[in-house]
Design a binder for this molecule. Structure first.
Ligand SMILES: NC(=O)c1ccc[n+]([C@@H]2O[C@H](COP(=O)([O-])OP(=O)(O)OC[C@H]3O[C@@H](n4cnc5c(N)ncnc54)[C@H](O)[C@@H]3O)[C@@H](O)[C@H]2O)c1
Length: 292
């Protein structure tokens, strides 16, 4: 009772309405017919997707897009996201979903055992995970402490290496690994701070992993997305300013959305991208080409 009172009313209403919102979405989805199937047929393929927190998550949009193109999905989600993830599962075709945290080896062992038992082989790994303490996503970068630096790197960068090492032995030839990054890895974005450093490391990991797994035919790429309003984004101070700045400066004069990212992810999973590996590919309405 006491704990309930501490949860802001706005959030409690959001949580109460969430299942209804997802139900309505699934109804709309069922009526969409043709649009539901994309142009890429990946029938019979299987993907592991990490990073679904709710229906706004980039990972969710990718999972749904792959699902609608014939891919069976195994979701690894954090315990705290369970209430938001469960209602989404009915929109997927025969998924596996299991609580998992990338800093917990025993949960990772369980997750990968389950995926191997149920799927045998997999074809794709989608890594859409990042975390830094809120206090390290504002103010001066140099105020980050040792633990904050380690946590951001471990969850946002090292986890790609850990998940790839576990996924590749059960991955089919021609597999594809995709991660999410942001331009703050290359240029200074105020408040992005430690996450920019973690993303720089992540992008370097992509290149080294692409080289390691190239001989197996497995590709590794990063999608560098423009700002999108999600749970993780809400942790970045002045995120709304990032959104409006991106819109104003981008050649296309608009923000992107998670659907744009999922379209690129679909391409990167398909044979259409068979000779693209080790790359950071931008979906940012052109923002990153501008000097001023
Ligand atoms: N939203 C943006 O503007 C934007 C732009 C470019 C890149 N990205 C990147 O996209 C990815 C997805 O973020 P999002 O914007 O969809 O936000 P999100 O909050 O929906 O997703 C972040 C996910 O990371 C997961 N996560 C955090 N710590 C974890 C851990 N220890 N173990 C397992 N999972 C963990 C969370 O549960 C959550 O599902 C992140 O890498 C983010 O940096 C986001």
């Amino acid at each position: 009772m006491g704990a309930d009172k501490k949860i802001p009313l706005k959030f409690r209403i959001y949580m109460m309405m969430y299942p209804l919102r997802i139900f309505m979405k699934s109804l709309v989805n069922n009526f969409k017919g043709d649009e539901k199937m994309g142009n890429f047929n990946l029938n019979g393929k299987k993907a592991i997707v990490f990073g679904v927190a709710n229906d706004a998550s980039i990972a969710w949009n990718i999972a749904k897009k792959l699902n609608d193109n014939g891919v069976r999905i195994a979701l690894g989600y954090q315990e705290r996201a369970e209430q938001m993830v469960k209602p989404l599962l009915r929109m997927l075709n025969n998924p596996i979903a299991e609580k998992c945290d990338v800093v917990d080896d025993s949960l990772l062992d369980e997750f990968f055992k389950k995926v191997e038992r149920e799927f045998g082989k997999i074809d794709f790994l989608v890594h859409s995970i990042a975390f830094a303490k809120k206090e390290h996503l504002q103010g001066k970068f140099y105020d980050v402490n040792r633990r904050g630096y380690q946590v951001a790197q471990e969850v946002s960068s090292y986890s790609l290496v850990e998940l790839s090492r576990r996924a590749v032995p059960i991955m089919s030839k021609d597999g594809s690994i995709i991660t999410m990054t942001y331009y703050g890895s290359e240029k200074v974005a105020p408040n992005y701070n430690i996450m920019g450093i973690a993303k720089a490391a992540l992008e370097a990991c992509v290149r080294y992993l692409a080289n390691d797994f190239g001989e197996k035919g497995i590709r590794v790429n990063a999608i560098s997305a423009g700002p999108i309003k999600t749970l993780a984004a809400s942790g970045i101070s002045d995120f709304d300013k990032m959104l409006s700045h991106a819109k104003e400066k981008a050649p296309l004069k608009r923000n992107i959305d998670a659907e744009d990212v999922s379209n690129l992810a679909l391409f990167l999973c398909s044979g259409m991208s068979k000779n693209i590996t080790g790359q950071v590919i931008y979906v940012d309405a052109g923002y990153s080409i501008m000097a001023i």
